[in-house]
Ligand binder design. Structure first.
Ligand code: NDP
Length: 268
């Protein structure tokens, strides 16, 4: 802890990051690993095993001298119950008595089909499939992690929800994404009310230069929104994942946010 009361590390932690194979999650894996004390474990989940292993190699390089950090890659599809089960099994076996912090980052997500307007979403199976991955899996993963790592003296528990301005503001032709992000924000607000010992943060990372943003600026059905995203990108208005991650780490280390609140990168 520094003289200002800000922590300088995340402790001897079990840190779980979903969507760690690319984009924001992959950068986060590398950056958060630098804040983990020896004896920590990092669990990385996404579908692509090859990309996860590449992410793990970057982490091992980043954690000073290897740092006694165990990295587990879990290649799973989180839209499926079996994928979630497998991830939770790794969480259970990676959690040890001497750990003093559990940090779960619900980062994995998809933008859904943004090439159509809401009036065309008549297929319930399509909507269910989107919500199953983007909403249900993060609810059940969070519940499973809290169950696997129960409250005990000396154990900090932190849950991060990677959210978006879309949780608060409607975006034309992004009905699935806005609905999913709004549902997740509320889910984590309920968690914060129910579990006062758990620190819950919904962090909105700002527009990021990732695959998701490429899809957003090229496939959005609404011409006005598509143009504003393309202009934003052309004018350098998007953040690098590293820039956004620095802000998120500041929030986690200072630990001053109101549990359950939605904090935007522009407010940090
Ligand atoms: P990307 O599309 O670049 O990466 C998404 C990640 O999720 C990948 O690691 C992908 O890995 C994983 N993923 C996708 N589907 C599944 C699945 N079914 N099961 C398991 N993992 C899956 O997205 P970003 O990095 O841009 O976004 C990260 C988070 O930030 C998301 O929650 C997003 O909504 C949010 N966000 C992004 C913004 C942006 O401008 N990019 C703005 C605001 C919020 P794989 O394909 O290997 O499974």
């Amino acid at each position: 802890m520094s003289s200002s009361g800000t922590r300088t590390d995340l402790g001897r932690a079990l840190c779980i990051i979903t969507g760690a194979s690319r984009g924001f999650g992959r950068v986060m894996a590398r950056r958060l690993s630098e804040l983990l004390k020896p004896g920590s474990a990092l669990v990385l989940a996404a579908r692509s095993g090859d990309e996860l292993r590449a992410a793990a190699a970057e982490v091992t390089g980043a954690a000073a001298g290897g740092g006694g950090l165990l990295v587990h890659c879990v290649p799973v599809d989180l839209s499926l119950g079996d994928g979630l089960k497998e991830l939770l099994e790794t969480v259970r076996t990676s959690f040890t008595e001497d750990m003093d912090h559990v940090l779960l980052v619900n980062n994995a997500g998809s933008i859904g089909d943004i090439s159509r307007y809401m009036r065309s979403f008549t297929n319930m199976a399509e909507v269910d499939s989107y919500l199953s991955f983007n909403v249900s899996s993060s609810l059940c993963l969070t519940a499973g992690v809290l169950e696997a790592c129960p409250r005990r003296p000396g154990l900090r528990r932190t849950v991060v929800n990677i959210t978006s301005l879309c949780a608060l503001k409607p975006y034309v032709s992004w009905v699935l994404y806005c609905t999913g992000k709004a549902a997740r924000d509320m889910m984590f607000r309920v968690l914060a009310e129910e579990e006062p010992d758990v620190r819950v943060l919904s962090y909105s990372p700002g527009p990021l230069d990732t695959d998701m943003f490429t899809v957003a600026r090229s496939r959005t059905a609404d011409p006005e929104l598509r143009k504003s995203l393309s202009d934003m990108f052309a004018q350098g208005g998007v953040f690098t994942c590293d820039e956004s991650c620095t802000k998120m780490m500041k929030l986690l280390l200072e630990d001053q946010y109101v549990s359950g609140s939605h904090v935007d990168i522009y407010d940090v």
